[in-house]
Design a protein. Structure first.
Length: 226
């Protein structure tokens, strides 16, 4: 009734991309052919946790509609998704639902992109940077583990990447983001916020209430909750 589409994915390979991250390569079960693909596209995956089904959202990495393949990055922490990914091997099956993902840039081309995220949102930010028609970007990435700074962020010549250590329950990232943007520097910017829920709310409020940024120029999504 709500337009959701379900697919069965099959793991075809795994790759350790860091001490706390694993990338699983999958056959898409016809997902890309049926639904198409757009920048920052995400899907819902289903996992068993204590006999109950839990869904988590994951961004597609390197989707290839012709081959019917893409990859998924898992942060290895506590939770049903991480527990499953730790033992996932080729041949394993994942149930997926496509519902809710969209991507809309402002009608006028952004003069600059301002992205705030963390390792969990790197796939989305990489996809974003590939789709903004050459607009330069300022990227602030929060991290907990020093090794996270080695994860691949697809910045281009002219982009700025700043790593911010997580501190004060995320306030360090909020302060860094607020300090990087001023009232006379928001015109023409596009803002992409994809990090911990409280940080997303605080930064979005600062942009809208303090700096007067149009809601249409802010895309915000809480990737996790502290």
């Amino acid at each position: 009734m709500v337009g959701a589409k379900d697919f069965t994915l099959k793991v075809t390979g795994r790759e350790e991309i860091g001490p706390h991250f694993v990338r699983l390569h999958v056959n898409d079960g016809g997902l890309l052919a049926a639904c198409g693909v757009h920048p920052t596209m995400w899907i819902r995956l289903w996992f068993d946790g204590g006999g109950k089904a839990h869904q988590r959202a994951f961004t597609l990495v390197d989707p290839d509609p012709e081959a019917g393949t893409f990859s998924l990055d898992f942060a290895l922490h506590e939770g049903s998704a991480s527990a499953w990914a730790r033992g996932a091997q080729p041949g394993d099956i994942l149930e997926a639902t496509v519902q809710g993902s969209r991507f809309d840039l402002p009608e006028s081309r952004p003069e600059r992109v301002f992205a705030v995220g963390d390792p969990a949102s790197i796939p989305a930010i990489n996809s974003l940077l590939e789709s903004v028609n050459g607009a330069p970007a300022v990227v602030l990435m929060e991290y907990v583990h020093e090794e996270d700074r080695e994860l691949p962020v697809a910045t281009r010549p002219g982009d700025q990447l700043h790593w911010v250590p997580r501190g004060s329950d995320g306030q360090a990232l909020v302060d860094a983001a607020s300090g990087a943007v001023s009232a006379d520097g928001v015109h023409g910017n596009y803002f992409w916020l994809s990090c911990e829920a409280a940080s997303v709310r605080s930064i979005s409020k600062y942009l809208r209430k303090d700096l007067g940024v149009d809601r249409k120029r802010i895309m915000s999504m809480a990737y996790w909750r502290s």
